[in-house]
Design a protein around this ligand. Structure first.
Ligand code: 2IT
Length: 445
């Protein structure tokens, strides 16, 4: 059995009921074979054995009182996965589907994503099965305060720096930050995604969506193409989707779908102007359903289907893990789609990714495509350390350079290790090598 297979079997044995974690580990391990052949020292140092096992896993009770005066209890967790190249860094997800396997898959991905940004950030992730949808501001505040009352002892600006993910936006980060400051009597950059008047960075809300488009531009450039005149389909309409639309419009493309778990809207003219303004607040502020967009503008609502049946040049899944199955992938290819960029984390199932690669589709994996979010979080940390803030244009220019560098690292590594044009293999190897070298230098820890 190969080293990689051997490690994967151990991971399966230890994490049997965590399919998303196994899926993420399997994809990364398979990509690493060519790199491991050239670096036998990693096997000797047990790098893979260590990199698949979180450094620390924290699971805690989050009791809170709802508006009716009843006690509710959620489960909170934080996975501190790898700190070889910097403090643990990664978002918090509040969604009823959250479980340990999902947070571990996200934390594992974050290790390599953060390494790709070129900034000094380790990998971590956290969250809760709390559902902010339908809760009052006061309930969300009480939940966040209770969550932080346990988490504060495990985090810090130089230890572990959480941020947002699904269900955690500016409002939640504010409540979490306020409680941290109160408990520790310390005003420090312990969270990113903060508001502008209390340590946040200009450009952080836009970063994941803009960064995705900058990465897509790099992919298209490799084939002598641009975004001008391209039709894009996306699936979400939260922080990532809305700013992605804004940047795509600026560069001459149009985005013609949004959706949620109940269906999708097709807007053939493209989401722009007052329609985009309406959309910006729909989820991020009001947590309303995608169908409300169709109703507001007299568009067709297609229930129980996903937007991947709509013909497009570029498909960008922006919602959540495993939202694109192999059937969707075949349909996209058959309808003439030539580029797929994962803006959500691991939105394409493994066989969907295979379909894209077999069909020579430009395929950008999430840990490269959506790294702009955490990259600007890294820039927020730098600004907090300097007690200084950069202008929007300064942050945006840095983001652009970072995204181009990520594309270059991934495509160069793919070529160097004999898998030219395969950005999945390239991103995994480029991120891994940086972390593995740091682990080698630091001894067996
Ligand atoms: O998946 C991600 O990279 C994020 N949710 C952002 C993490 C961060 O620390 O900004």
């Amino acid at each position: 059995m190969s080293y990689v297979q051997d490690i994967y079997e151990q991971v399966v044995k230890r994490n049997q009921h965590e399919p998303e974690f196994l899926q993420a580990v399997n994809e990364v391990l398979q990509s690493l074979e060519p790199a491991l052949e050239q670096h036998p020292e990693y096997q000797k140092a047990g790098i893979l054995e260590r990199i698949v096992e979180p450094e620390r896993q924290i699971i805690f009770r989050v009791p809170w009182v709802n508006d009716d005066g009843d006690v509710e209890v959620n489960r909170g967790m934080r996975i501190q996965f790898n700190s070889a190249i910097g403090p643990y860094k990664g978002g918090l997800r509040f969604h009823p589907s959250v479980n340990l396997g999902i947070i571990k898959f996200l934390g594992f991905e974050q290790i390599f994503k953060n390494a790709l940004t070129g900034l000094p950030m380790g990998g971590g992730k956290g969250g809760s099965d709390f559902d902010p949808r339908g809760k009052s501001d006061a309930e969300v505040m009480r939940f966040c305060q209770s969550f932080m009352t346990e988490l504060y002892r495990h985090i810090g600006a130089d230890t572990d720096v959480p941020a947002g993910d699904i269900g955690v936006g500016g409002r939640e980060i504010g409540f979490l930050f306020g409680q941290y400051k109160r408990l520790k009597n310390l005003y420090e950059g312990v969270l990113t995604g903060k508001g502008l008047t209390w340590g946040g960075s200009l450009g952080r809300p836009e970063a994941t969506g803009y960064g995705t488009i900058y990465f897509v531009e790099e992919m298209l450039k490799s084939r002598g193409e641009s975004l001008q005149g391209k039709t894009i389909t996306i699936s979400g309409y939260g922080n990532v989707g809305t700013y992605l639309i804004e940047k795509a419009n600026q560069l001459g493309a149009k985005v013609v779908t949004i959706g949620d778990e109940y269906g999708y809207v097709h807007d053939p003219d493209g989401i722009k102007g007052e329609k985009l303004e309406f959309l910006m607040d729909l989820w991020c502020i009001y947590r309303r359903a995608a169908k409300d967009y169709a109703d507001e503008f007299g568009l067709e609502w297609v229930p129980d289907k996903s937007p991947w049946e709509v013909p497009c040049d570029i498909a960008v899944p922006t919602a959540t893990q495993n939202e694109v199955c192999s059937e969707d992938a075949r349909l996209l290819v058959a309808n003439g789609c030539t580029c797929v960029a994962e803006a959500a984390n691991m939105p394409c199932m493994a066989d969907a990714v295979d379909t894209f690669i077999e069909n020579n589709i430009l395929f950008g994996p999430s840990k490269a495509v959506n790294a702009g979010g955490v990259a600007v979080s890294g820039l927020e940390m730098s600004q907090n350390s300097m007690r200084y803030s950069w202008t929007f244009d300064e942050v945006d220019a840095k983001l652009k350079i970072i995204m181009a560098n990520i594309y270059k690292s991934a495509s160069t590594a793919a070529k160097e290790y004999g898998r030219e044009n395969n950005l999945v293999v390239g991103a995994n190897i480029a991120g891994f090598l940086k972390v593995a070298d740091a682990m080698m230098a630091q001894g067996v820890v």
